[in-house]
Design a protein around this ligand. Structure first.
Ligand code: SAH
Ligand code: SF4
Length: 416
């Protein structure tokens, strides 16, 4: 240590080291609760083998289990039956027995808002599973367009991660959703839109044609449940939304990216948001665990990626942070050799955020640069502004409510 000659100097040396604000905010949060199964389980979200096992547990003979499972599957996922009584191809006794032990209940709708452009959002209540504990809530948004209808689905209540521009990142993680609660969101949408097959429309003209896992939560931190749910959603003998019409968005949980392609086979979207590790560490802190090079390698290795099945790179436009032309150039360079498209998302501000949305001119210049480099670079215009405008107006309301609004607005900004 350098000797100090002045009294003042020694006094300073004697001071305890200042407590600096932690440079490294925690990457991940711990779930506060786990799901506690309900007394009467729902058959929604179970695989065929699991349904058969449940039937076995109430005394259905093994020789009958396969046929009964197929019937129940059809009633639940093609016809959208809300209870066993409706399942008229199953014997009355069997229906009564099923009713006694199981449900086909989906999340309860506590609020529905309909925009004059047709966008709808539902606030859904999920059981907390713990006696006396407040029910949990997630939101699900339906965005109709001329050639499709996209449903934005949540995978967790809250999120483990702490992305600095995302409101969910500032909230605690409550728990992950079960496969039934994830499939249940699509079923609620079909219920409310009257979008189940009937005799007149056995196959075609569904309103919900696409699903994006872009609601609350990090889907790849709830991998098994998301996988099991999406396999049901894509099942041809049920809801039947093809894998090409399902997109899973991740902040970059590298070890589960390959598994997503391999075990689920859906379209992939990456929340990129920055082209330099230093900045991405700040915006999307999981980057410290899985830096850009690893993330891009996982994209190169993504099973099934091709020119017809491109990976979407989401890029939120933050004024003065990641929106320079230099960033656009680096972005184009970085994506070389990857079957990619870029989705520019205007930042949706929330109370207390330090970020602002880039100026429109800047977004256009950025977009033009990447377009000229050969990438489609749509800037998503938010939909359903009339019902979501409440977002900005609800600033003084609870944080939770504005977070939900933001989730929806953001989701809408991003459908393809
Ligand atoms: N956790 C996953 C999926 C949900 S977030 C993920 O991060 O990919 C869906 C998208 O919304 C992500 O691209 C996320 O980065 C983006 N997003 C989060 N907060 C936003 C905000 N305030 N404005 C615009 N987009 C936002
Ligand atoms: Fe979680 Fe995605 Fe928000 Fe990051 S952007 S905190 S991963 S929901």
């Amino acid at each position: 240590m350098t000797p100090v000659s002045t009294a003042a100097g020694s006094a300073i040396d004697a001071l305890p080291l200042p407590v600096l604000p932690q440079a490294d905010a925690p990457l991940e949060k711990i779930a506060l609760e786990t799901y506690v199964p309900l007394a009467k389980p729902s058959l929604i979200g179970l695989s065929r083998a699991e349904i058969a096992a449940q039937l076995g547990s109430i005394g259905v003979a093994p020789a009958q289990q396969k046929m009964r499972t197929a019937q129940i599957w059809h009633w639940m996922y093609v016809r959208g039956a809300q209870n066993f009584a409706e399942m008229s191809s199953i014997s009355k006794d069997m229906r009564a027995q099923l009713e006694q032990h199981f449900t086909v209940a989906r999340p309860e709708v506590v609020a529905e808002q309909i925009s004059n452009d047709g966008t709808r959002k539902w606030l859904l209540r999920l059981p907390s599973g713990t006696a006396g504990e407040k029910a949990h809530e997630v939101e699900c948004v339906y965005i109709p367009e001329t050639d499709r209808g996209t449903l934005c689905v949540s995978s967790q209540v809250g999120c483990t991660l702490t992305c600095s521009f995302c409101h969910t990142g500032t909230q605690r993680l409550v728990r992950t959703l079960t496969p039934g609660e994830i499939v249940g969101q699509i079923m609620v949408a079909r219920d409310r839109l009257n979008d189940w097959a009937d005799r007149d429309t056995p196959n075609g003209n569904r309103l919900v044609t696409n699903v994006v896992m872009m609601g609350m939560g990090e889907p790849l931190y709830n991998f098994e449940a998301v996988r099991d749910a999406l396999l049901i959603v894509a099942d041809n003998e049920g809801i039947g939304i093809s894998r090409r019409r399902i997109t899973l968005s991740t902040s970059g949980v590298v070890p589960n990216i390959f598994r997503t392609g391999d075990e689920i086979g859906v379209m992939l979207a990456i929340s990129l948001h920055a082209v330099r590790d230093e900045l991405r560490n700040e915006l999307v802190p999981i980057n410290k665990k899985y830096p850009l090079e690893q993330l891009l390698q996982a994209c190169r290795d993504y099973p099934g990626a091709s020119n017809a099945r491109r990976i979407t790179f989401e890029y939120v436009m933050l004024r003065g942070v990641n929106d320079s032309l230099e960033d656009a150039k680096l972005l184009v360079k970085m994506l070389k050799g990857i079957h990619a498209k870029i989705n520019l998302i205007p930042f949706n501000p929330w109370p207390g955020t330090k970020y602002e949305c880039s100026d429109w001119d800047q977004i256009e210049q950025f977009s033009e640069y990447i377009f000229n480099a050969g990438y489609s670079s749509p800037v998503r215009t938010p939909r359903g502004r009339d019902i979501l405008a409440a977002c900005g107006q609800l600033k003084s309301e609870t944080e939770k409510l504005s977070a939900r609004e933001r989730q929806a607005l953001r989701a809408m900004a991003m459908t393809d």
